[in-house]
Design a binder for this molecule. Sequence first.
Ligand code: COA
Length: 390
Amino acid sequence: MIGIDKMNFFTPNTYIDLVTLANKRGVDPNKFTIGIGQSKMAVPTITQDTVSMGANAAFPILDKEDLETIDLIVVGTETGIDESKSSAAFIHQLLNIHPFAKSVEVKQACYGATAGLMMAKDYIKAHPGRKALVIGSDISRYGLNTSGEVTQGAGAIALLISENPRILALDDTSVAMTESIFDFWRPNYRDTAIVDGKYSNEAYVNFFTTIWEEYKNRTNHSLSDFSAFCFHLPYSKMGRKALLPVLENESEELATKLLKNYDLSTDYTKNIGNIYTGSLYLSLMSLLDHSDNTLKENDLIGFFSYGSGAVGEIFSGRLVPGYENFLMKEEHIAMLDERYDLSIEEYEAIFNKELPKTDGTHPLSEAKYDKSLFYLSSITDHQRHYSQRQ
Ligand code: COA
């Protein structure tokens, strides 16, 4: 058995309320809260980036033995900070993982962390007893006053992958699919994404239904085998659009169960926004943290990973007996409760701030807003330096 032994997420401690944003933009708040299904949106200061968020997500779950046993660190991201050096190499140092590990970054839009998870599973199969750290870390930016604005967000997830995992044992069968399309993309010279929202919704649903048919053929699984399905969630309504068509021919009892668990899986996304690569795993944490132990050992959980451009994959895993003892529900809820509610003026000022791009030493401070353990503290001659708050 190989799978998720420990897991955690991080989101910056600054956010905006989307009713306030709707009022400011002259939009009916119900469009944001009901139509799109989002309540709050994380807004990172310039002192939080892919590296610091990834380190903040991973640090709380790693003990001394993990640091000596992790051989592979994979960061899935589409908002990396360097075209050459991987964010994983920075994170390897910040977390103090032993030197004889390999650190890489992988990219395929919001699918990156799943690619990392599959690499980690194969690595552990080939190297029993060792561990892998998979991180998904991103800042989602579409721009002020754009149709995508309400679906921005920021955050990271960290998964410790091992043999005999204590939370979720991954199955071997999965089905992936690739098709080169332009539903969402970001050329290197832009810091905001370009999205064809309607086309992206269609592509997402089409990928799910197409892969699902192939998955059923290859695995002999039917929907009734699953206790819950977790989705990549660019916003909380998206997965529902994919799930509803496949529920049409199922019993009311099954549809009610899967939709109830779907709702539980969306709670963190509703309050954080799109975290891109980490989103699917944020859904899993939301589901397990909120299910009040109604999900039992050996229950089968399905996963739909989708990264625009596009690659999708359906895979599954079974809950391990005692999994509920290894969740971090209280810490997650406290993290969200203790955030600072920005005014729209503060949000716009933070959004428009840019990192220095010139030679020399540039100390950075956002101490009023950013209380996170790891943060970007300076840039010296184009080298990012991070600090750990005492
Ligand atoms: N009350 C309640 N619901 C309302 C409403 C109101 N006053 N006004 C609109 N709505 C509903 C619409 O009916 C629609 O629901 P539906 O999707 O079930 O049809 C929903 O709110 C969104 O409205 P729409 O007009 O489609 O919004 P939009 O053109 O502003 O675009 C997104 C919304 C989500 C497509 C856009 O924000 C976007 O592209 N986000 C990025 C998505 C992404 O990242 N995709 C790539 C990764 S998968």
